[in-house]
Design a protein around this ligand. Structure first.
Ligand code: TXA
Ligand code: MG
Length: 352
């Protein structure tokens, strides 16, 4: 049985971690699947519970920068500068590690490791109480959308983990920015709420490298090569704010004798023709709310097995839109609908 733990049960959560058990924890991005990062047997259980390939390394969650220094080598002063500016927060730093400081099960055998200090105070208290850093991949079954509610965690992992520390919905909704500081200039391996523009205010140069990884290519962030964020239905992206285009897209889907789900902003859903359409999930009104709601929305349509097709709204790739589109494109396998004069065609486009 997996226990849903309240804020007042933090000590129990810490005991579970110390006993080598798995406890999912809240962060400002998504829920993570926690285990004692210094206990290789506990970390192994994380891969098993998620069904995660073991060559995909984990983020080490800390409650202080001092803790990072126990394991990592700091090649320059970028880490200190960025930690000061963005921690606690949704920025993960890849750093070279001291030889033998972390078990290869954590690092996937790499000479670097990922570190992050989450903004959620409860989780930082958990790290302090347990007295060890926590590994924490997103607490979902591998390949499924990341969990932004304790209910999502229980849906995927109930019976497979000891507990989930429930602190309500997460804030950002998409995972942290992953920045590789083992190279100069640093490279963004996964876009998140801390954008390139924000990083450039503190360090002189940052490269974008969060492209699609071909099957035979060795990815910089090993996790990027796997199927991700995929609901049961096929997702199609519509890059528009025009309600008529969404109406055409829904019609096109229904014409294939498929139940269709619509994942779009209030402005689209409130339009006359779509208002009474039943299978809809609101992304709110802007890119902030859309990022917050994206994974919840994709999971919502999984509850209705009749839905075979999801029409999802795209956003401009600016600011948080970069992270949102990175996740949405993966969930859609980069399938877009192009709509001209009610003519709908499917195109496979890699906009990154
Ligand atoms: O917001 C987040 O980052 C969430 C919360 C729970 O903290 N965690 C998360 O973990 O998204 P995960 O395991 O789902 O994603 C970690 C990403 C993967 O793409 C992984 O391949 C990459 O970071 N990564 C980890 N260690 C790495 C390393 N040493 N070098 C390059 N990439 C690394
Ligand atoms: Mg993940």
């Amino acid at each position: 049985m997996t226990q849903r733990l309240k804020r007042t049960e933090l000590a129990l959560a810490a005991q579970m971690i110390q006993a080598g058990e798995l406890v999912a924890f809240p962060t400002e991005t998504v829920y993570g699947l926690g285990a004692d990062a210094t206990n290789a047997a506990a970390v192994k259980k994380v891969y098993a519970a998620k069904g995660r390939p073991s060559d995909n390394p984990l983020i080490v969650h800390v409650s202080s920068f001092e803790q990072v220094k126990k394991y990592a080598v700091l090649p320059n002063d970028y880490a200190a500068t960025l930690v000061k500016a963005f921690w606690p927060g949704p920025l993960t730093l890849i750093l070279p590690i001291k030889h033998g400081a972390l078990d290869p099960i954590v690092t996937g055998g790499l000479k670097t490791a990922a570190f992050r200090m989450p903004r959620n105070q409860l989780t930082r208290d958990l790290i302090d109480l347990a007295g060890v850093p926590l590994v924490g991949p997103s607490a979902n079954t591998s390949g499924k959308p990341s969990p932004t509610l304790a209910d999502h965690v229980l849906h995927d992992l109930s019976g497979k983990i000891a507990g989930v520390l429930d602190d309500g919905p997460t804030d950002v909704g998409v995972e942290s920015t992953v920045l590789d500081l083992s190279v100069v200039p640093p490279v963004i391996l996964r876009p998140g709420a801390v954008t390139r523009e924000m990083l450039l205010q503190y360090i002189p140069d940052v490269l974008d490298n969060h492209h699609h990884v071909a099957k035979d290519e060795i990815p910089k962030a090993p996790g990027m090569k796997y199927k991700h964020y995929a609901p049961n239905a096929q997702v199609y992206i519509v890059n528009s704010t025009d309600p008529d285009k969404f109406q055409s897209a829904v019609k096109w889907g229904l014409a294939q004798n498929q139940e269709v789900g619509l994942l779009a902003t209030d402005a689209i859903i409130a339009s006359q023709h779509l208002l009474r359409f039943k299978n809809q999930f609101s992304l709110g009104e802007d890119i902030q709310s859309a990022s917050h709601q994206l994974f919840d929305g994709l999971r919502y349509f999984d509850l209705n097995p009749e839905i075979k097709l999801i029409i999802a709204q795209g956003f401009p790739r600016q600011g948080l839109g970069e992270a949102y589109m990175n996740r949405l494109e993966k969930s859609a396998g980069s399938e877009y609908l192009q709509i001209d004069d009610q003519q709908v065609s499917v195109i496979r486009e890699m906009t990154r």
